[in-house]
Design a binder for this molecule. Structure first.
Ligand SMILES: *[C@@H]1O[C@H](CO)[C@@H](O)[C@H](O)[C@H]1NC(C)=O
Ligand SMILES: *[C@@H]1O[C@H](CO)[C@@H](O)[C@H](O)[C@H]1NC(C)=O
Ligand SMILES: *[C@@H]1O[C@H](CO)[C@@H](O)[C@H](O)[C@H]1NC(C)=O
Ligand SMILES: *[C@@H]1O[C@H](CO)[C@@H](O)[C@H](O)[C@H]1NC(C)=O
Ligand SMILES: *[C@@H]1O[C@H](CO)[C@@H](O)[C@H](O)[C@H]1NC(C)=O
Length: 749
């Protein structure tokens, strides 16, 4: 009795500090009205409130849970109503649960329940629960089970659980990013807003597995601020670990931001000074580089994304301004009239610098990095509006940013434009320490081991650069070594774990191969932090030089090169002691030797497989435009990814043009694979090869080659032929099925 009386006294003495509904248990019949910002039910500790949250500077409300003691109110959960509710809306607790009614009566929102409830509680964890009196620890409904964009300590995201970001800083509608525990793999994906199309993930934890016991099934945010994925076999994979023994004195939350960055944030309960949330961890590292090249990016179309400590900021290129000045993430629009045809006649033709390309699609994926991009806009119309810098459009602008791929879907846009296009290399390789190769493997090959000094001398101090490969620069060198004295020395970037991995993979993969259509590795150097690979030198450079510049390589040489590459791939896939998936087949990685024989190079991304493991799960490797669709799906990657890339490249070899190319008024041709299919089905092979007489002279062969390429790029890897069959098809010994639908024909299996 005495203790209960003391409790009452304590409660009473706290009352002045507690809002109206300070008691933790909310009894049936209680209600809240959206009339002011004090209409809420508070947790016993006074940390969290459930109720109507008034949106800044408006008279509309969200039914939400927020931190009571943080001046800049932070919402951790809200009821997913189609829009915020008006003033006067009411939420009521009855035996049937909660009901949110609009001022004029109709029910707007109601949690789904199977039985009646006895009471509700706003818990100190931030979880608002509905319970029955029979078992108070079995919740009939809990806000923790319906997360919006935030996870709190003690909250668990179950298998297939999803969290959507809000739309903008101030708009809580479902936004453009989703975190999904999909098949046990924690994935971040961009949603093509306002359609619901999902782009391939831009971050994933790699915790899925075909063996379900090895697969993740829960994302746990535990009390000591350890965020981890639990696998079915009980194994724990730490996601963010920052064990905080002082955690009761801090608020923590893990929130998927409207900018697509998933962050772990902390706020001290005891610091009274002006503070805001501090970010402890975030993922991905640089969102500007991670999103799909075909998407609008974080910043929207026509914008440039710049990352700082994981947070993106957006700006418009010169001559452009924000579509909506209040929404810096909503993309930019040009400040000048569109079209290249209009001319007042006052200029001489030579004033036009080059050709006028009608740009039909908005720019996407602009971001700051090392290159220079030149953008031309009309000179007769001075840019106006709130462009930051005065911009002289007759001169080349020296803002430094790269614009790797121009793409989009809208057709309103046409400006004079000239952009250095380079392809974006996917670098989302999965970090899986278990799969790194053992050092001992590298020593099992019959390669010459060079000292760093020898190679420094051979390259005259790394003087003559031949090119930049993945993870390193290639230099020309001269050695007194065997019959080959001219060599290419690839110096891998130092201190990069990725480079280290590549070094071992490359030595392993190439060291064991010896085939006419593969580049020969002569030796390597692994001294201290230095990692170098020594290859025979290919005097003629890469296939890209011969395909995409004039005069075009003759048809016969092109066919021989294609067959050579196909043979090289058969060797890698089927004839090595362990099958090798190249993963990055493209013209830049095919070198041409002095006898015009194609040699497959750059095994840097190669994935060496042991014999009993012919399929592999791995991060995306390869180059945009050549990457097979299964990289983006949850299906295993097999040698068929190389078949796909080969198919794309075969079309490039047949047509002497790049797989993605933009030209004025020719968007039907922009994507070579689609266009080739259309031409093939429409019997317009002459258009496809641009009236190449040599290719047209054997129309049967040309048909067969195009059909073979189309077979290789089918969506379903199982339907793609093996490289051995590809050779038979190309040589006319294998039957090439008649295409019946885009990417769905051939080899009914
Ligand atoms: C809330 O109600 C339940 C069930 O009636 C009871 O077990 C619990 O002790 C109550 N909690 C508080 C803090 O009053
Ligand atoms: C909210 O606060 C105002 C004054 O600040 C008071 O008049 C009103 O009754 C309060 N409403 C509730 C539901 O507590
Ligand atoms: C109450 O619910 C919890 C959680 O579901 C369960 O573990 C416990 O056994 C239940 N207790 C009773 C008495 O039913
Ligand atoms: C949030 O954005 C959506 C879509 O643009 C819009 O319909 C809605 O009115 C916005 N909500 C608020 C509160 O501004
Ligand atoms: C949270 O996880 C850490 C590490 O796995 C563990 O040591 C700790 O006991 C856990 N804390 C709680 C409260 O479960």
């Amino acid at each position: 009795m005495a203790s209960s009386a003391t409790r009452h006294l304590l409660l009473l003495s706290f009352l002045p500090f507690l809002p109206i509904f300070g008691a933790s248990n909310v009894t049936l019949g209680s209600s809240l009205s959206a009339i002011g910002d004090n209409s809420s039910w508070i947790s016993p500790s006074g940390d969290f409130a459930f109720g109507f949250y008034q949106l800044h500077n408006t008279n509309i409300f969200l039914l939400a849970i927020w931190y009571v003691n943080i001046p800049e109110k932070t919402i951790v959960w809200h009821a997913k109503t189609t829009s915020p509710v008006p003033s006067g809306s009411k939420v009521e607790l009855t035996a049937n649960g909660l009901t949110l009614n609009s001022p004029d009566g109709p029910t707007i929102w109601q949690p789904q329940l199977t039985t009646t409830i006895s009471y509700a509680s706003m818990l100190d964890s931030g979880n608002f629960v509905l319970s029955s009196s029979t078992n108070s620890s079995a919740y009939l409904w809990a806000s923790f089970s319906y997360p919006t964009d935030t996870l709190l300590p003690t909250q668990v995201l179950p298998l297939d659980g999803k969290m959507f970001s809000k739309l903008t800083e101030t708009n809580y509608s479902q936004g453009r990013f989703v975190l999904h525990l999909e098949n046990g793999d924690l994935r971040l994906k961009q949603v093509d807003w306002p359609t619901d199309f999902l782009y391939p993930f831009y971050y994933h934890s790699g915790t899925d597995s075909t063996d379900s016991s090895q697969s993740g099934f829960q994302l746990v945010f535990n009390q000591s601020v350890d965020i981890y994925i639990v696998k079915r076999n009980g194994e724990i994979v730490h996601f963010w670990k920052c064990i905080d023994l002082n955690s009761p004195n801090n608020y923590y939350r893990a929130t998927l931001g409207f900018d697509g960055v998933f962050r772990l944030c902390v706020y001290s309960k005891t610091l009274v000074t002006d503070q805001s949330w501090s970010v402890l961890q975030y993922q991905p590292e640089n969102i500007c580089n991670m999103l799909d090249v075909y998407s609008s990016g974080v910043c929207g179309f026509n914008s440039i994304c710049k990352e700082n400590s994981g947070t993106p900021s957006c700006q418009c290129p010169p001559g452009f301004s924000f579509m909506d000045p209040n929404d810096k993430f909503g993309g930019c629009k040009p400040n000048f009239p569109l079209g290249c045809g209009v001319d007042d006649g006052s200029r001489k033709p030579e004033d036009f610098n080059g050709r006028c390309w009608k740009m039909k699609m908005p720019l996407s994926y602009g971001r700051m990095s090392g290159g220079t991009t030149i953008i031309k806009i009309r000179r007769d119309v001075p840019p106006s509006g709130n462009s930051d810098a005065p911009f002289s459009n007759s001169k080349k602008d020296n803002h430094i940013f790269s614009w790797p791929l121009l793409f989009g879907s809208s057709s309103f846009f046409n400006i004079l434009l000239l952009v250095a296009v380079s392809f974006f290399v996917f670098s989302r390789c999965q970090k899986n320490p278990k799969k790194t190769l053992h050092d001992s493997n590298a020593l099992e090959t019959n390669l010459h081991i060079f000292t760093f000094e020898e190679l420094k001398e051979a390259t005259r101090g790394f003087k003559e650069e031949l090119g930049v490969g993945s993870f390193g620069i290639v230099y020309k060198g001269v050695l007194n070594f065997g019959s080959k004295n001219q060599v290419a020395v690839k110096k891998l970037d130092k201190l990069s774990p990725e480079g280290e991995k590549e070094f071992k993979a490359e030595v392993n993969a190439i060291g064991r191969t010896h085939y006419r259509n593969l580049i020969q590795l002569i030796g390597y150097c692994a001294e201290g932090p230095e990692r170098l690979l020594v290859y025979e030198l290919m005097s003629n450079g890469s296939l890209a030089n011969f395909l995409f510049s004039l005069p075009r390589l003759d048809w016969y040489s092109r066919t021989q090169i294609a067959l050579g590459i196909a043979r090289g791939l058969v060797y890698l896939h089927e004839e090595c002691s362990a099958p090798i998936i190249h993963c990055d087949i493209k013209p830049q990685n095919i070198l041409i030797d002095e006898y015009f024989i194609a040699r497959i190079s750059d095994f840097g991304l190669a994935k060496s497989l042991t014999l009993n493991q012919t399929r592999t799960h791995t991060g995306i490797r390869g180059t945009q435009g050549y990457v097979a669709p299964e990289w983006f799906k949850n299906s295993p990657v097999t040698v068929k990814v190389d078949v796909y890339s080969f198919g794309v490249m075969l079309l490039e070899i047949i047509c002497c043009r790049k797989s993605v190319a933009m030209e004025c008024g020719e968007e039907e041709r922009a994507i070579l694979t689609d266009w080739a299919y259309d031409c093939y089905m429409g019997g317009r092979l002459d258009t496809l090869v641009d009236n190449d007489e040599e290719a047209m002279s054997d129309i049967m062969m040309l048909r067969r080659w195009v059909a073979t390429a189309l077979c290789c790029i089918q969506e379903n890897p199982l339907k793609r032929p093996t490289m051995k069959i590809v050779i038979q098809m190309l040589e006319g010994f294998g039957e090439v099925p008649i295409p019946t639908g885009p990417y769905s024909f051939c080899l009914a299996s």
